[in-house]
Structures are given as structure tokens and as C-alpha cells.
Design a protein around this ligand. Structure first.
Ligand code: IPT
Length: 974
């Protein structure tokens, strides 16, 4: 078969001009369901529509990020081009308009990557632009009774060069197919302009309905606004209206009517403006707390059902996400309807990326080749025309990583003339010449800080430089959420909150695109690049989201939610006052109920409510809490750790969460001075606060005896404790593995940190203290650490003081960091339960622990593990004051920090954790591996972006670490 159109760089032939999505009462017939299908002229079988054929046993998925999985030979594609034939016969409803002059269209909402259609044997045309809608006129061809649609879909086409979007290569009819009757004349297209004047509170409404084929008699009604059968063109000045925003997504029901057709729409009034380089909506600066969202379902790929789309929106709203960049293509139209309904700012991105040309120095990049101009303009038009009536759409984005060139400039120009009301975004235009937003991806904190201060270095062209400085800044991608991380979110948020020019950012990315698989014995796991035998692939770079493939929030999402919550608390102990700051852009805090609770050593003492006065956006309200403090805190004789927790919960149900949903919390130590280092989650919120704990102060050597009689150590357990060894390595995280050749993980490995050996220098006991001096070092290296263990037992309690220092000149370590500094213990696996007092309940690391709170927590060893799609360091609990590791009978080991320690407990070694490609390939090795750490290296986001900030780095240096160990015995019943 020869299909010349497949490699034609043009967008296709035969499709009608793009138009808005519309809820019309004209007849429609869904053609979703089972179709006949065959791949590459194999036997006919059945395939659901919408779906990807690779996820139904035909061919297999393949993942590459930047690399094209075919030679860069534009516009050509390999002869080996999987081609699917689809066929379906449907019955035309008896009342469907047919015959002379009757117009019907066959609509495809998404076909990957190129297709040709026939109805009843007559070709209708062909199209490219996988995530764009295409409609073909079929009126004259429809006949009463049975009709047959045939579609040929090609996996590769010239369009594939424009769709290199860092996702699985998956083909087929993956969005809806619908037959739509169009009355004659039809209300095919309209463009709602609904502005809001923040100085008067009034709205303006004008709906363009002009265009070929639009009937002259269109009438508009918006009953709630007193508009009845008026001319939609207006403009109508409307007294008082409530504006639309992501925080209060108010819409007004409207109807556009002709004699032949009624279209229902919901209008949101809002005005976007850039004022002095600051992004404003409805007169107020807004902050984008965003995520990049690819469409993904672990079983259905990019064929998303409505429930999944709703789930994404609800999850986002519940975690304070207020913005979505639809990376890197327009989403299913229903998703935008959900964004309008629930309230999310949207950067609607055109279906475009040509990133793979970067690998050949951008030679022959379609973005600057006139032969591709029509295809690129077509993509832009189809994006804007389809989605222009969504109040949620804030910016148009030309695409992602497509280099620079005339075609992008032409897209921007068309876009600006069609919709002057929305700013245009494109990150790849580094000088922002044809866009209205200055956008960067993965800029480090220092760069964002410089941009915030408007002090970034000038670019070559003074005019362009001046333009760039006049537009708002966004991080269209930052905080690469791959594996364990991202680290450094608090510090980014501080910059975003501090600088008006910085409108916010979008974390990369929302979801891990893992493909669900099941082991023969029924265990579920998620595949990534290479798991389908692809000759060229980018491994687990596809698993870099804030939610796991099954949409379980990852620790990264919990952290992000805490960092971006628009409600902040502060406690001023000298004034005995607590304050709440409203960081919403528009709404007051009257939808919240505030409460407090006090815990002593993690045990509840008292609780109550806080009645803050009404607090409008941007304001702070303060409440005196002398009484509260007088009754519960401040007693100098109190020998417990007193923590005040303040919460904000939804006072009423919201469309996206029930009353009671926790919106914000903060914790404050009330007697901090009495405790050596009550490490709080807030410790990481300041860029400058040094939180390095590698040089902890010496601690007193006394052991407080327990009031109960001295416990007896089970022999095995005591030996396991005293066999504790210094450990400095961790199973590298994706961020440790980085994306270059100088990754931390590689440098740790080259230094031999994963294969340290131990040499005892001496082992002596004096006045009850056993001192073991060791040198810890890898083969073939002269780098080493001196570790001195001092053990003393008093009344059955073992105390360890560990001192570590680099052997020889510390400069020999250069700028190498240590993955961790702590102890490894091998304990019996009968210890399956863990209870602790410290930060929890989730995992935390020094640059990702805003979301961890001080309390008493209890989890099983299994529950301590975080199942990253590719196994890696995980499950660390920070700042434990004590932790107990116990068996089913409640017996085991208690560890106490002097003052605190981090821990992780897992049934496999770090070496096994690092080696396993997927979680289901990890097998318990018969030992409970307990890590007790003084510190970890930060997480950073070097899998794509900057590493950990200097203050979160763990450098080899002198360190001291003290712990107490006691057996936990079960009191015999008396
Ligand atoms: C950036 C891409 O825009 C995005 O699609 C994704 O691939 C991300 O990286 C990494 O996961 S481009 C990057 C090479 C700067």
C-alpha cells in the first residue's frame, strides 16, 4: 500500500475548518465502542475505540524522551510503519436528517498520528495532529440504515516529527469518534468575550458568531443576568457580575439559539492583564501553583475516561494546585470543561514538539522550514479554535522544545490576531521576541532570584531584552518530580511568593506514565522504557510525576501541597499571638474552620478552635492566645516536648472536597529552649538557614536510667546492635543518578562509597567504655574515614557515641558529598512494627520535609517503603527522638536520639534496592536492615535540573552522633 499523504509535511486534506467545542441540541451519535480492526493486514479482530492498539496486544509501546525512534530524515518515515485498519458499521437513527442539503460531520477528537477516513466507500480526507479534533463533512454520503466508516491509521507520519513529546509512542483512535448532525444553517462556531472590570465589578459580554454559514438570527439569553434573546454580538454591559477565577470558578448559564439549534454554554467573566510586568487577572496579581499534566492512565494510556480526568482535577484541587500546563498538547476537551467547573488556570499548549532535532544541532528543524508552516499553523488554529471559550484557559502555548524559527513566529502572530486577550507562551524562544511571557524550565534558585529582582543578564538584542523585561516570568517546568524528590520546593516557593514578576511555576510533572503489568502470580507492577524490548529508549525517565501511575499521591505531592498551601500560620511567643495569612489571590478565608491542639511528647493534651476574624486575600489576622498558653504551655517544670499544632479545615463542603478536609497546618514548639534541637519541618523553609547537621555539638554523657528494673538483652539483639557499622552510601535516587555523566551516583561509585571496607585499628575497654577505632575505606583508594565507636552499658542501656572524621587532608574529598552518614544494623525480620516520635508520618529528607510533622507515629516495616517505579533510596523518617522496632509480641529494640536521628528500615539491603529494576523484583533477604542516620545528602532535582542547594549538601567532615539502645520487653502480667 502506498500512502503518499503520510509523509507530506502538510496537515491533511478534507477536514472542515476547526471550531469551538459546543454543547448543541442537534442530534449526535457516539461511534465509540468495538470496531473491527487489523494491524498490518493481519487477521481482522476487534479493538475498542477509543484505545491505543499497543495496549491491546497489537505491537508494543515504546518510550523515548528526546530521541526520535526513527532516522531524522524529515518528512520521511521508515517503511516499517505499523498501520491499523478500523472498520465499523452503524445504524443511522431513524430520525437523523438525511437527503438533500442535510449536513452531518464525522468528528475525531484524537487519532495518533495520521489517518484517512472513508464513509460508505467514499474517501473523506486525511489528517495529522494527534491531539487535535478533525471533522469531515458526510451529509451527502449518509444513508438510512447501515453505514460503514473505515479509518486507516499510521503510527508514523510527517506529523510524528512534530510530536516528539517525551511520552510513550502509542497509536490509534484514542479519543472519541462522533457523528454530529449540523442544521442548515448551523451555529457552528462562536467566540465568547466576557470581561470583568475590577474597578466597577461589572462585566462586558460580546459573542462573535459571524463566519461562513452562521445564521443571521442567533439570539443569546443569560437569564441570571437579565439577558433574553439579545443579539450575541452586543457588546452588553452587565451591571454586577461575579468574576471567574480558579479560586471561585463562577459561571453563568447561557443559551445561544437559532431557529434550528440551541447551544448551551457557561460563561465565566474575567480579564487578563499584564501590569508593569506582573500577571494579573481581574485586577489582582495571581500566583500559579501549577503542574505539567500529560494525559495518562496505566492501562489505557492517553485514552482517558471522564472519571480519570475528574480524579486528576479533584486531586489537584485537594492539594492546592491551581494551574495546569497541558504538556505538550491540548487535552481531551472534557478536561478543560472540568477546569472551568472546578477552577484551574490552564496553559493550553499546542500539539507540538520537535525536540529530537536538537540532537543534530537543530538542522532541518521544521520550526524554521517553510514546508512545515501550514502544518504548524494548522495545529495552532485547531488548538485555539477548539478551546477558545474556556474561561480557564489563561495562556496559549505554541508548543514545547521546538527550537526557534519563522513558523513559531507565524503561529504566535496568528494567535495574537485571533485572540488578543490571552498572553502567548513559548519557552523555547529564549529572547521572548514573539511571546508575552518570559518562560524558563529548570532554572535554579539563584537564576529565579535574579529574574525576580529583574537583574538577569541582558541578551544580545536590546529591543528584545527590553520586551522580555516587560513581561511576567513563569517556570513552565521546574522541580523534576522523578523518583524520590523533588528537593528544594520550599526555596522555590519562597522566591515565587517574594517577587511580583515571578508569576509562579509548573512542577514537572503530574503523573508517572508507568504501564500496568502483572506478574504470573498476580502482583502488579509498572513498566517503563526498555520493558518492551525497545532498541532505543530512555528508561524510567517516563516515571517523573507527583502521583504514582495508579494516582496514589507520592511523597512529592504531599510536600508540594504543604509548600503551596495558600494559608500560612505564624506564632509569636513574645506577643502570645497567633496569626493567619491569606495567600489566596481572591478569596477570603471564610470557608475555613481553624483549630489548635497541643501535644506533650506526641500525646494529646488539649485542643480547641480558633476564631480568626474575616481575612481577605493578602491580609493577616492575629489572635491573642495568652489564655491558651497559660493553661497548657510554658511551665518550666514541664519535662515533655510541647508542640502546638494549628489547622485550617474546610468549614463547608466544596465541589472538590468535603467539609473537614485539611487545608493547612503548622506546628510550633512551645518550650523549644529546653530541648537541644527540636528539628521542625519548617527548618528547611529558609534558603539561608544552615541546616547542615554534620557538625553536631558534643552531648552530655549521662544516661537517664529507666525507672523500671534494668532490662535484660536478648543475646542476639545485643550483638546485632553492637555490630552496628558506619554506612555512608544509599541506593541512588533518580536525582542522584542525574542526567549527565558527572552524576552524584557515579561519583559516589567511582569513589567506592558503595563498597567501603572496615579495618579495626584498636579495640579496648577502659572504665566500662569500650572504644573501637576503625578506618572505613574502599579498595583501590586512599580516601578514608576514621570512625570511633564508644560503647558503654548502664543498667541494661547501651550508649553509643560515634565520632567520624576524614582520614588525612579533607581537601582530598574535593567537592564530593556523602550520600548519608549513619549506622547500618542487621536485625531479625521478626521486628515488623515501628513506632516513633519525630517527623512523620511520611518519608522526609533534609530538603523535602515541609510536609512532615512532629508526632507519634506507628507503621509496619512494609508501610515504611515508598514504591518508586524504579527502586531507590526511600522511606527515611527524619528527626526521630526515639523509635521502637518490635515483633508481634511487642518485643524488640528501642533507639533514642541524643537528640535526634533519621531512620529507615527495610527487608533488603541498599545494594539490592539499587539493583532491582522494579519493586516486585525486590526480595527480602532475611534481615531487617535498619539505618540510623545523622544526616543524608539533600535530594535536589538533578534528574533534570539543579542538584541540592549547598546548605542541603552533606560534606565529609568531623561529625558526632550519639544514640541509646534498650531492649523493649513485654511487662509480664502481674
Ligand atoms: C523537558 C521537556 O520539556 C519535558 O517534556 C520533559 O522531557 C522534561 O524535560 C524532562 O522530564 S526538556 C529538558 C531536556 C530540559
Amino acid at each position: 500500500m502506498s500512502f503518499a499523504y503520510v509523509v507530506d509535511p502538510g496537515p491533511g486534506v478534507g477536514a472542515r475548518p476547526p471550531r469551538t467545542t459546543a454543547d448543541s441540541d442537534a442530534p449526535s451519535l457516539s461511534l465509540n465502542g468495538l470496531w473491527e480492526f487489523r494491524l498490518d493486514q493481519g487477521p481482522w479482530t476487534e479493538l475498542p475505540v477509543p484505545a491505543h492498539w499497543q495496549l491491546h496486544g497489537h505491537g508494543s509501546p515504546a518510550y523515548t524522551n528526546v530521541s526520535y525512534p526513527f532516522p531524522i530524515d524529515p518528512p520521511f518515515v521508515p517503511d516499517e510503519n505499523p498501520t491499523g485498519e478500523y472498520r465499523r458499521t452503524f445504524q443511522l437513527p431513524a430520525d437523523w436528517p438525511v437527503g438533500d442539503g442535510a449536513v452531518s460531520v464525522l468528528r475525531f477528537d484524537g487519532v495518533d498520528s495520521c489517518f484517512a477516513v472513508r464513509l460508505n466507500g467514499t474517501p473523506l480526507g486525511h489528517a495529522k495532529g494527534s491531539r487535535l479534533a478533525h471533522e469531515f463533512e458526510v451529509g451527502a454520503l449518509l444513508r438510512p440504515g447501515a453505514n460503514t466508516v473505515e479509518v486507516v491509521v499510521h503510527q508514523w507520519s510527517s506529523g510524528s516529527y512534530l510530536e516528539d513529546q517525551d511520552m510513550w509512542w502509542l497509536s490509534g483512535i484514542f479519543r472519541d469518534v462522533t457523528l454530529l448532525a449540523r442544521p442548515e444553517p448551523a451555529l457552528d462556531d462562536f467566540f465568547v468575550h466576557a470581561g470583568w472590570d475590577h474597578t466597577t465589578g461589572s462585566g462586558t459580554l460580546a459573542i462573535e458568531t459571524a463566519g461562513p454559514g452562521v445564521p443571521p438570527d442567533v439570539r443569546l439569553s443569560v437569564p441570571e443576568l437579565g439577558l433574553h434573546d439579545v443579539d450575541p454580538a452586543g457588546p452588553h454591559l452587565i451591571g454586577q457580575v461575579e468574576p471567574w477565577s480558579a479560586e471561585s470558578p463562577r459561571r453563568y448559564d447561557a443559551v445561544l439559539r437559532t431557529d434550528r439549534e440551541t447551544v448551551r454554554l457557561r460563561i465565566g467573566f474575567r480579564s487578563i492583564a499584564v501590569v508593569d510586568g506582573v500577571l494579573t487577572v481581574n485586577g489582582a496579581p495571581i500566583t500559579l501553583r501549577g503542574v505539567n499534566r500529560h494525559e495518562w492512565h496505566p492501562e489505557h494510556g492517553r485514552a482517558l475516561d471522564h472519571a480519570t480526568m475528574l480524579r486528576d482535577v479533584l486531586l489537584m484541587k485537594r492539594h492546592h494546585v491551581n494551574a495546569v500546563r497541558t504538556s505538550h498538547y491540548p487535552p481531551h476537551p472534557a478536561f478543560l470543561e472540568l477546569c472551568d467547573e472546578y477552577g484551574l488556570w490552564v496553559v493550553d499548549e499546542c500539539d507540538l514538539e520537535t525536540h529530537g532535532f536538537e540532537q543534530v544541532g537543530w538542522r532541518r528543524n521544521p520550526s524554521d522550514d517553510p514546508r512545515w508552516q501550514e502544518a504548524m499553523l494548522d495545529r495552532m488554529r485547531r488548538t485555539v479554535e477548539r478551546d477558545k471559550n474556556h474561561p480557564s484557559v489563561l495562556f496559549w502555548s505554541l508548543g514545547n522544545e521546538a527550537g526557534t524559527g519563522r513558523n513559531l513566529a507565524a503561529m504566535a502572530q496568528w494567535c495574537r490576531s485571533r485572540d488578543p486577550e490571552r498572553p502567548i507562551h513559548y519557552e523555547g524562544d529564549r529572547d521572548s521576541g514573539y511571546v508575552d511571557v518570559y518562560s524558563r524550565m529548570y532554572a535554579n534558585h539563584a537564576e529565579v532570584d535574579a529574574i525576580g529582582r529583574r537583574e538577569e543578564p541582558p541578551t544580545d538584542d536590546p529591543a528584545l531584552d527590553a520586551h522580555r523585561r516587560s513581561v511576567p516570568f513563569v517556570l513552565c517546568e521546574y522541580a523534576h518530580a522523578m523518583g524520590n524528590g523533588p528537593g528544594g520546593l520550599s526555596e522555590y516557593q519562597r522566591l515565587i511568593d517574594m517577587y511580583p514578576r515571578v508569576a509562579g511555576g509548573f512542577v514537572w510533572e503530574w503523573i508517572d506514565h508507568g504501564i500496568a503489568r502483572t506478574t504470573p502470580d498476580g502482583r502488579r507492577w509498572y513498566a517503563y522504557g526498555g520493558d518492551f524490548g525497545e532498541p532505543l529508549h530512555d528508561g524510567n525517565f517516563i516515571a517523573d510525576g507527583l502521583v504514582f501511575p495508579d494516582r496514589t499521591p507520592s511523597p512529592g505531592l504531599i510536600e508540594f501541597a504543604k509548600v503551596i498551601t495558600p494559608i500560612r500560620f505564624d506564632l509569636d511567643l513574645t506577643l502570645s499571638a497567633i496569626s493567619v495569612t491569606n495567600r489566596y489571590d481572591f478569596r477570603s478565608l471564610d470557608h475555613l474552620a481553624f483549630g489548635w491542639s497541643l501535644e506533650r511528647d506526641g500525646q494529646p493534651v488539649a485542643s480547641g478552635t480558633l476564631d480568626f476574624p474575616e481575612t481577605v486575600a493578602g491580609d493577616t489576622s492575629t489572635l491573642p492566645i495568652e489564655e491558651l498558653l497559660a493553661t497548657v504551655g510554658g511551665d518550666p517544670a514541664d519535662d515533655g516536648e510541647l508542640w502546638l499544632t494549628v489547622t485550617a479545615r474546610l468549614a463547608q463542603d466544596q465541589p472538590w472536597a468535603d467539609a473537614g478536609h485539611e487545608m493547612a497546618w503548622a506546628q510550633f514548639p512551645l518550650n523549644a529552649g529546653r530541648f537541644p534541637a527540636p528539628v521542625t519541618s519548617q527548618a528547611s523553609t529558609s534558603v539561608s538557614a544552615p541546616v547542615s547537621r554534620s557538625m553536631s555539638a558534643p552531648v552530655s554523657t549521662s544516661i537517664t536510667p529507666m525507672s523500671t528494673p534494668a532490662p535484660t538483652w536478648p543475646a542476639g539483639l545485643r550483638d546485632a546492635v553492637t555490630a552496628a557499622r558506619l554506612d555512608v552510601w544509599r541506593a541512588p535516587t533518580d536525582n542522584d543518578r542525574g542526567c549527565g555523566t558527572r552524576s552524584l551516583a557515579l561519583r559516589w561509585e567511582q569513589a567506592g562509597l558503595h563498597r567501603m571496607g572496615h579495618r579495626t585499628i584498636d579495640d579496648s575497654t577502659e572504665s566500662g567504655v569500650r572504644t573501637v577505632r576503625t578506618r572505613v575505606a574502599p579498595a583501590a583508594s586512599d580516601l578514608g574515614l576514621l570512625a570511633t565507636y564508644r560503647w558503654r552499658e548502664t543498667d541494661g542501656v547501651l550508649r553509643l557515641d560515634l565520632a567520624v572524621e576524614p582520614d588525612g587532608d579533607p581537601a582530598r574529598w574535593g567537592d564530593l558529598t556523602l550520600p548519608r552518614l549513619g549506622l547500618h544494623l542487621a536485625l531479625p525480620t521478626s521486628l515488623t512494627q515501628v513506632a516513633w516520635f519525630g517527623l512523620g508520618p511520611g518519608e522526609s529528607y533534609r530538603d523535602s520535609r515541609a510536609a512532615a510533622r512532629i508526632g507519634r507515629w506507628s507503621l509496619s516495616v512494609t508501610e515504611l517503603q515508598t514504591p518508586y517505579v524504579r527502586p531507590q533510596e526511600n522511606g527515611n523518617r527524619s528527626a526521630a527522638r526515639w523509635a521502637e522496632f518490635t515483633d508481634a509480641q511487642g518485643r524488640g529494640l528501642r533507639v533514642e536520639g541524643l537528640p535526634t536521628f533519621d531512620f529507615a528500615a527495610r527487608p533488603w539491603s541498599d545494594a539490592a534496592l539499587a539493583a532491582a529494576p522494579h519493586p516486585h523484583e525486590l526480595t527480602p533477604d532475611g534481615v531487617l536492615h535498619l539505618h540510623l542516620d545523622l544526616a543524608h545528602d539533600g535530594l535536589g532535582t538533578a534528574s533534570c535540573g539543579p542538584g541540592a542547594l549547598p546548605e542541603h549538601r552533606l560534606r565529609p567532615g568531623k561529625a558526632e552522633f550519639s544514640l541509646l539502645f534498650r531492649p523493649v520487653v513485654v511487662a509480664s502480667p502481674s
